[in-house]
Design a protein around this ligand. Structure first.
Ligand SMILES: [Zn+2]
Length: 109
């Protein structure tokens, strides 16, 4: 588990690029908690901008999606490897919004 967490952390950090600090912690229910912090931006209360998502691969995807949108919005010149997943991240965002708007999420399929 520890080796796998470290390996995931390295992989996530490589994808997130040089502006990100990626940490994977183990939460109270033994689940991974993904934390991505921006080295340049501050969020609320002068703390670094960060994303915090618990979960296994879905937590990783949700955290990385938010990071991708942050990069696109605040650091448009970044060439972080994760930007390759921008179209997929936008698609997932679109689907989440549609599910929230449509109730069941399958209404217009
Ligand atoms: Zn930033």
């Amino acid at each position: 588990m520890v080796a796998s967490r470290a390996a995931r952390e390295r992989k996530a950090a490589a994808q997130a690029g040089e502006l990100a600090r990626v940490r994977i912690e183990v939460g109270p229910q033994d689940q991974f908690v993904y934390k991505i912090t921006c080295v340049e931006c501050t969020g609320k209360g002068d703390r670094p901008w960060s994303v915090y998502r618990p979960g296994e691969d879905n937590g990783f995807m949700a955290g990385m999606d938010r990071w991708i949108f942050h990069l696109r919005e605040k650091h448009p010149t970044s060439d972080a490897p994760c930007l390759e997943f921008l179209p997929a991240a936008e698609q997932r965002l679109h689907e989440r919004r549609r599910q929230q708007a449509g109730g069941t999420g399958h209404a217009d399929d």
